[in-house]
Design a protein around this ligand. Sequence first.
Ligand code: PHE
Length: 506
Amino acid sequence: MADACENAVLTHLSQFPDAVISDTFPWSKENGFDHGAVVGCIKSLEVDGYVVAESLSTSFYTLSDEAEGILANGISQEMAVFNAIVAAGSISEPDLIAAVGKDIAKIGMGKCMQNKWIQKDKETKSLVPAAVAGDVKDEVVEQLQALKEGKFAEDAISSEVSKALKKRKLINLTTRKSMKVARGPSYAPVRKRKAADLTKEMLETGAWQTTEFKPYNFQAFGEKVGGGYLHPLLKVRAEFRKILLEMGFAEMPTNKWVESSFWNFDSLFQPQSHPARDAHDTFFIKEPASTVSVPEDYYERVKTMHEVGGSGSIGYRYDFKREEAFKNLLRTHTTAVSSQMLYKLANQEGGFKPARYFSIDRVFRNETMDATHLCEFHQVEGLVADYDLSLGDLIGTIETFFKKIGITKLRFKPAFNPYTEPSMEIFGYHPDLKKWTEIGNSGMFRPEMLAPMGLPENVRVIAWGLSLERPTMIKYRIKNIRELFGHKVDMGRTRTAPVCRFDSQA
Ligand code: PHE
């Protein structure tokens, strides 16, 4: 079909050099082609220079079924009604309907009244003529006739007449797009297809030497490169990581989700009866239910600290249970890793050296899920271990970090953590929401936590933590956490989420 159409176009233009197809629409009809197919074919020929085409836009009127009826009968509804009334002299409505039919009577009566051709006799209520028969002209028929004679062209009737006929829903103006076609610069009566690809066969037979190739289209879009996309949380993580590395922090190895209660709670001086250690808050592991080993000497020192205290503390004064300490769980915070790093720092070869660590990874809590809470989320955690650090160092470090992620107004509120003293909740001013929101937690690790590890007495450790989800939701303007994380996440959004950059004021 496409070939037949192509041949017909080229043959038509072959008649003489100036041959044209003046309008593809009638031409398609005459030659038995679908107009859409002809247009497609001409566009393809035009690309290769065989033809040049010019767009045409033709406006013409079409008649509604009612108008077709009027033209066929040669009389409008109003004329039919008027004639019937003139013939009867006076006629009741039901009789008129019986005489001319319901549809004609309905439209015709209205128009006759409008034109003041008829009126209603006040006494008898019957219809009587109001105009002299010779004075009345059937204008609608004349107008439709004029249209037909003018081949329904846009200028066949005046715009006023056109408006009136359109209002009466007798005609419609339609615009048709078509083309005028002439020979192009590379015109030939038969199209030679250019090759798109160089094939093995062309090379073998030498045909490549005579084959005409399509030119390269350097404007064409390349194929979309699919593949992996970073989730918004990972984009924010990459940016946080960069900031913390810039601040001289080293990343802690947090790629282990299962921890023992010993590292998650006991090493942090969190008593074994603490409510957070209940199955309602923590996911305990069934298989394997308990850990294999912990550093025994350190275990003993932690146990002693819980039971009787030390370093100026009186401890919690309860029986520290080994089974409780050995219970496996999904870590409830990345502080479980921080304590292991501090233990290593205290016991490394050559002894303690000041250090800055951070981590950004997943934690698990047995939470009731809602728009802002899930059972698993991510924590950003930082710590600095050095001699004689003070609360001022903690506030200063936190301020520097948050400044770098664009949060400049901070407030601190006294809080409680089993493993820090003093502890401070961090509030940031949210410029969009125009209010103070809690953005993190912080503190100085307690001597009860640090002493059993074997850290020198005047070493202080300052630390803070925040969720990765909160700043990500603010950054990407996500209201419900389920749209960020979990099975309801829209993959399209992940693919198109922009790279995360924080306006750094520091
Ligand atoms: N572990 C705390 C939490 O889960 C965060 C924190 C880290 C607080 C370090 C103080 C110091 O919320």
